[in-house]
Design a protein around this ligand. Structure first.
Ligand code: ADP
Length: 396
């Protein structure tokens, strides 16, 4: 089967056409600046990247342009649209309604819409993408794969906040968690590669990218994760603060003369390693600055790594042990210095990194020594492939 995987943002649309037999992407691309002007980057497998600047007033036009490129005589990878068997959509928030992926129906659309208040920037964009595909390719099944679904196995002990119960009952305020597709894909892969018993295994997944989260996966099920009602909770991230004392919000709003909205911008876009360093949210820039003697850049990276190490300790306690710690996403896969720094806190668990094995980028590999009591691995994440697999399982 050929599955088109779509990930819609408010002004962007990422896509991959995946052949489910070979599990290879036939083409990957990105529409940017939708509603502003419009740019399409399209790369057929083994071919050159094509950049097309053309007006994209809305997501429907963007989807049309993607389909034109996929069938283009020169840059295309299929002859006509009938070759696309299904479309898998990444949907950010499924609330408590979705504990797994689903084939999209009118009822599903309504349920996703009900989750809009929980992810006001993301879910509406996801719905627009789905509607655009339904309009242009009627009859082709669409599926929704939720960022939150994998974490629906969390028990109340992990997902409840210490707030009045009414906040949960009336306003659905609880911890949901995100990056679920990645945590699911990566933990399953680690269990397979390490030969762990899927029914008796304890894995901690560190998804460290610009957005970063960590999860405790016991017997293949998520029992805890660091992101909460929104992706703001947990680790210090590229530009997000992660955990803070909630009283800071009122204190700084008063002190800095900021509105609540401006405070949320500060916490989501101006904080994290970017805010701490004043340099960048990208760890490559931070490393370069630290090498030039910038102490704040070094401090920002240390704060980031220390928070990850603390969460690993917490999740080891939550599972009463850990068999494997797995690093994934841009930073987790590529930055061996950060992996080593985080693991330097884990000697009490008997974690031993093999420096030589650890000096790798983006390859699936065990990077701990044979003696290490806990295995440490790098597993490149592939959320698009995970969405394609879910889609095939649902529509076949
Ligand atoms: P997101 O998908 O959340 O936007 P990514 O998973 O792409 O983020 O991760 C971004 C981070 O990963 C950046 O801080 C960047 O420094 C790091 N990163 C990505 N690719 C590389 C690479 N090839 N070498 C070193 N660091 C990298």
């Amino acid at each position: 089967m050929k599955v088109l995987v779509i990930n819609c943002g408010s002004s962007s649309l990422k896509y991959q056409l995946i052949d489910s037999e070979t599990e290879q992407a036939l083409a990957v691309g990105l529409c940017e600046r939708i509603g502003i002007d419009g740019r399409l980057n399209h790369t057929p497998a083994g071919g050159e990247k094509v950049v097309i600047e053309k007006d994209m007033p809305n997501h429907e036009v963007a989807v049309k342009m993607v389909l034109e490129e996929l069938t283009d005589p020169e840059n295309g990878v299929i002859r006509d649209l009938s070759e696309i068997d299904a479309i898998g959509h990444r949907v950010v928030h499924g609330g408590e309604k979705f504990a797994s992926s689903v084939v999209i129906t009118d009822e599903v659309m309504a349920a996703i819409e009900e989750c809009n208040p929980l992810a006001p920037l993301h879910n509406p964009a996801n719905l627009i993408g789905i509607r655009a595909c339904q309009a242009i390719m009627p009859g082709v099944p669409n599926t929704a794969v939720f960022d939150t679904a994998f974490h629906q196995t969390m028990e109340p002990v992990a997902f409840m906040y210490g707030l009045p119960y009414e906040c949960y009952e009336k306003y659905k305020v609880r911890r949901y968690g995100f990056h679920g597709t990645s945590h699911s894909f990566v933990s399953a892969r680690a269990i397979e590669v390490l030969g762990l018993d899927p029914k008796d295994s304890k894995v901690i997944v560190c998804h460290l990218g610009n957005g970063a989260s960590i999860s405790a996966v016991k017997n293949g099920k998520s029992v805890d994760t660091s992101m909460g009602l929104t992706p703001l909770e947990g680790l210090v991230m590229g530009t997000r603060s992660g955990d803070i004392d909630p009283a800071i919000i009122e204190y700084l709003a008063h002190s800095m003369g900021k509105t609540l909205e401006e405070m949320m911008t500060l916490l989501n876009k101006e904080s994290g390693v970017y805010g701490l360093s004043g340099v960048s949210s990208d760890f490559r820039d931070l490393e370069a600055a630290a090498d030039d003697g910038n102490e704040k850049a070094q401090m920002a990276m240390d704060v980031f790594g220390y928070r990850v190490a603390k969460y690993i300790g917490a999740y080891t306690a939550a599972m009463n042990g850990v068999d494997a710690i797995v690093f994934t996403a841009g930073l987790g896969e590529n930055n061996h210095v950060m992996r080593e720094y985080i693991c330097s806190y884990l000697g009490y668990l008997g974690v031993e990194i093999d420096k030589k094995e650890n000096a790798v980028r983006s390859v699936e590999k065990v990077v701990s020594t044979p003696e290490s009591k806990v295995k440490v691995m790098v597993v490149p994440t592939n959320e698009e492939l995970a969405i394609a697999r879910e889609t095939v399982a649902l529509v076949q």
